[in-house]
Ligand binder design. Structure first.
Ligand SMILES: O=C(O)CCC(=O)C(=O)O
Length: 301
């Protein structure tokens, strides 16, 4: 049973075409400047706290996972109406969060480890997102297992300012070429996502990606929300803690990996004789995002 809608909520034909062919599209002005400021206040508070607690050096990068459980502002970004509509458009309504993270990358000195973009010896080698032991591979390529939305809170419009770099179309065809006896990513396919604050990147995480060195004067700050089907296991949590789940809406519960009803009958109502996972075979109340999307489509029409 396919969880894709027959029509799109917000994604237009060109965006879908780009997402299918190149594996990504960029949305300038996804966040307002006041929203960026509010997010930055929380990001900075967390960064200051952990920098101190973990005794990080001033140039050390910092990543924090499962941020939706850390501050309500991240949980509310998870249900940002337009961005959630985009996730539903490109991946369907039977989805949940696989991961949510913030990534901080202070300016760095130019050295031999940073110049060679994405090389195995560099600070951030080319990779695609996958669990240990990888995805099942078919005809040399991974299937479509997940997508992410990246939110960029600082200015990344300059070359080498710490922006993510992606290999265009590498979810579909092998991007590696031979150069001087080595395998490198085809330079013609590399896109450095040089964007203004508030931009979002909607992308398939099967794309090979790395990060450009940050030779700018400011610390790069961004957030990622990764979505995958509900029948997979998230990477940041098994079940989220009860304090986070208390007072959540049905849609928030679904996205946080629970049943939308808030009940815990994960194996169905007859687990002794006929257990059936509600992730594998959901009831309508388990996936309120479906009803939400259909209602939105009907009001749009
Ligand atoms: O820091 C970045 O922009 C890249 C993060 C990354 O590799 C990922 O989200 O998988």
């Amino acid at each position: 049973m396919n969880s894709l809608l027959k029509k799109k909520l917000v994604v237009d034909e060109q965006q879908q075409e780009k997402f299918d062919t190149d594996g990504f599209f960029i949305l300038p002005n996804a966040l307002t400047s006041s929203h960026i400021d509010e997010l930055l206040r929380v990001v900075d508070r967390l960064y200051t706290k952990y920098k101190h607690e973990r005794k990080l050096s001033s140039g050390a990068p910092f990543q924090m996972r499962n941020i939706v459980s850390v501050d309500p502002i991240f949980k509310s970004l998870m249900i940002h109406e337009k961005m959630l509509s985009i996730a539903v458009d490109v991946f369907g309504y039977n989805i949940q969060l696989r991961t949510s993270h913030m990534d901080i990358r202070p300016p760095m000195k130019r050295d031999h480890n940073s110049v060679d973009l994405g090389s195995t010896k560099s600070f951030f080698p080319w990779h695609s997102d996958q669990p240990d032991f990888g995805w099942p591979i078919e005809n040399g390529m991974p299937p479509y297992m997940e997508m992410k939305i990246g939110y960029y809170l600082t200015d990344l419009s300059d070359h080498f300012s710490g922006a993510i770099c992606i290999a265009r179309g590498s979810h579909k065809t092998d991007p590696w070429v031979k150069f001087k006896g080595q395998k490198i990513i085809d330079p013609d396919r590399i896109v450095e996502v040089n964007v203004r604050p508030g931009s979002a990147l909607v992308w398939r995480t099967a794309l090979y990606h790395c990060v450009s060195p940050n030779y700018s004067k400011q610390t790069r700050k961004c957030l990622y929300f990764g979505y995958h089907p509900r029948w997979m296991r998230p990477s940041d949590f098994d079940h989220q803690h009860s304090a986070l789940l208390a007072n959540c809406s049905p849609i928030e519960l679904q996205l946080l990996g629970e049943l939308g009803s808030g009940q815990k009958n994960y194996s169905g109502d007859d687990p002794e004789v006929f257990p059936v996972s509600r992730y594998w075979r959901p009831k309508p109340e388990d996936i309120p995002l479906k009803e939400w999307a259909i209602k939105k489509l009907n009001t749009k029409a």
